[in-house]
Design a protein around this ligand. Structure first.
Ligand code: IDC
Length: 540
């Protein structure tokens, strides 16, 4: 995102606040909004303010855009949700000049996936949109937009990508997210802000096309200009053949930006991640791992969700499942990642005391088992890199007391911000044999995230992809093999290892095993989903 855009967004919010306080605006008119499931009316002033600080002719020709609260409900963020009838999948809010449709795409025990479509029904293009809405639950991951703030029971979400910052007249943009509790109601109200630009104004500099088509112009992250990267000539690739990988390659370590084997040659981890071991412990077994080894995998990742309650984190069960997984991997000569799978605990520091116990236990137990790797926080989100570093500095010394093995550190924004880590990595005793993780879901994360990898690689950050899938960030939805192939090609070029999500038969497109297959091991190719078949084709 350019500085100008960030600045414009901030100005818009400040103006909204100022208007509420002073009650002044240069233009105002009554506005109402209505949702197809609800009964409320929203008599609200629409306020149009000349924004002195918005970017001028360079971006918009001679036209100077206005910063506008496009209306809706000023209290949208904290309005109580309407109770859900358990059936309705879609709810439309009608604003003045825009419609917002909330589509419920998937629900499961403890969460849901939603897609939000904003339609411009007005006469001017809306630029740098920002939407506020009520939703009484945490959001786990968001795609095609970003959070710009939260309030009790609500969210402020804004355009995050150059390709979706403009909503042309009569057109839509959309974003999606995962909620982290049972869905129990549609947002009761929305407020939309943005700049109104004459429909015939000079288009925004970037392509207004969804990169779901893998648009080569769509990238906008730091380092996009440095996209061409080459691995070091001096690093030789280890020849990875079948059999007991661990016996041949020994303890892995970090050398510069690479993971290398005992002989100092670059070694590419290629593995499967379990789903949450609390939910699918039955797949943590030697026969299941062996099937993937036969297809070319040399590692597994044991994902231990950290949320307590219900069926989730329960040390007395999960620790035994991890023991079983490490034993199975060791017997097969595979590497094993023990993953502290933070997700709903978005900031890893929320888990520090539990994580200390967890890693003390497993580092003590497996610290000298040379095929074990420790991943200390799956996906920090909604927190800052400084929080992750603070947490890492508490956990790394605990592991180091017992082990020299590789430690993987998560990065902000669901382990996408390797660029941030590259600019401010751990140093000194905290840095030894430490690498950083990138996660991607190919149908959601494209060139802009790949550019972060290229940037971080150029800055010599050691990177390991401990989780990815070829569907969207919900773990479901359509597969995007084009984007996934581009990712794997990049990883192969940069010698970055990768682990796919997930070894289970859940009815979601990221699952590797067909939901109709009840086997928990001894898999044949015909037991695999399309994601599973695609994945094993990338292992050779
Ligand atoms: C998803 C699972 C899904 C589960 C959900 C909530 O696929 O079955 O209901 O978690 O726990 C991640 C996370 C990973 C998510 C996955 C897909 O690391 O736990 O798994 N995802 O949403 N990051 C980005 C996507």
């Amino acid at each position: 995102m350019s500085k100008g855009r960030r600045f414009a967004g901030r100005v818009s919010l400040l103006l909204i606040v100022a208007m509420v306080v002073t009650g002044c605006g240069q233009q105002s008119e009554a506005l109402s909004g209505e949702s197809n499931g609800g009964t409320y009316k929203l008599p609200e002033p629409i306020t149009v303010v000349e924004d002195e600080d918005t970017p001028k002719s360079a971006t918009f020709g001679e036209k100077k855009p206005e910063t506008v609260s496009l209306g809706g409900d000023e209290t949208a963020e904290s309005k109580k949700a309407e109770p859900w009838d358990g059936k309705t999948k879609e709810n439309t809010f009608k604003g003045d000049g825009f419609d917002i449709t909330f589509q419920l795409q998937n629900t499961w025990e403890g969460g849901f996936t939603a897609n939000v479509v904003i339609e411009n029904t007005g006469v001017k293009k809306i630029r740098n949109w920002e939407v506020e809405f009520s939703l009484p639950c945490g959001i786990m991951s968001i795609w095609n937009a970003q959070f710009s703030g939260t309030d009790v029971g609500g969210y402020v979400v804004k355009s995050s990508e150059d390709w979706n910052r403009d909503i042309e007249v009569g057109k839509t943009v959309e974003f999606g997210f995962n909620g982290q509790k049972n869905f129990d109601g549609f947002p009761a109200a929305y407020k939309l802000s943005g700049e109104l630009v004459d429909a015939d104004a000079t288009p925004a500099p970037a392509a207004t096309k969804n990169p779901n088509q893998d648009d080569p112009n769509a990238s906008a992250s730091p380092g996009a200009e440095d996209a061409e990267v080459d691995p070091d000539d001096e690093i030789e690739d280890a020849v990875v053949t079948g059999g007991n990988q661990f016996k041949k390659h020994g303890r892995l370590k970090i050398k510069g930006r690479y993971i290398v084997d005992e002989s100092g040659k670059s070694f590419k981890l290629k593995g499967v991640s379990t789903h949450g071991i609390a939910w699918f412990p039955q797949y943590v077994n030697k026969s299941a791992f062996k099937s993937f080894k036969k297809w070319g995998a040399n590692a597994v990742r044991l994902a231990c969700y950290t949320s307590e309650g219900g069926e989730m984190y329960n040390p007395s069960k999960d620790w035994k499942t991890i023991d079983k997984g490490v034993k199975a991997a060791t017997e097969l000569g595979m590497y094993a990642i023990i993953d502290w799978h933070i997700l709903m605990e978005n900031n890893p520091t929320m888990t520090t005391s539990k994580a200390k116990k967890f890693f003390k236990h497993f580092a003590k137990k497996y610290g000298k088992t040379k095929n074990v790797i420790f991943e200390i926080c799956n996906e920090p989100n909604g927190c800052e890199w400084k929080d992750v570093k603070k947490y890492a500095k508490k956990i790394i010394p605990i592991i180091r007391k017992y082990s020299k093995n590789i430690i993987v550190v998560g990065t902000p924004t669901w382990s996408q911000d390797v660029d941030t880590a590259a600019n401010d990595r751990l140093t000194g005793k905290y840095a030894k044999n430490v690498c950083y993780t990138i996660h991607f879901y190919a149908a959601t994360h494209k060139d802009n995230i790949r550019d972060k990898v290229k940037y971080a690689f150029k800055k010599k950050l050691p990177i390991l992809c401990t989780e990815f899938s070829i569907c969207d960030a919900s773990g479901n939805g359509a597969l995007d093999k084009t984007s996934a192939n581009t990712w794997i090609k990049l990883f192969k070029k940069l010698k970055i290892g990768f682990f796919t999500w997930s070894l289970c038969n859940k009815a979601e497109s990221s699952a590797l095993i067909k939901s109709s297959c009840n086997k928990t091991g001894g898999f044949k190719k015909s037991d695999l989903t399309s994601a599973g078949k695609w994945f094993i084709s990338k292992l050779k």
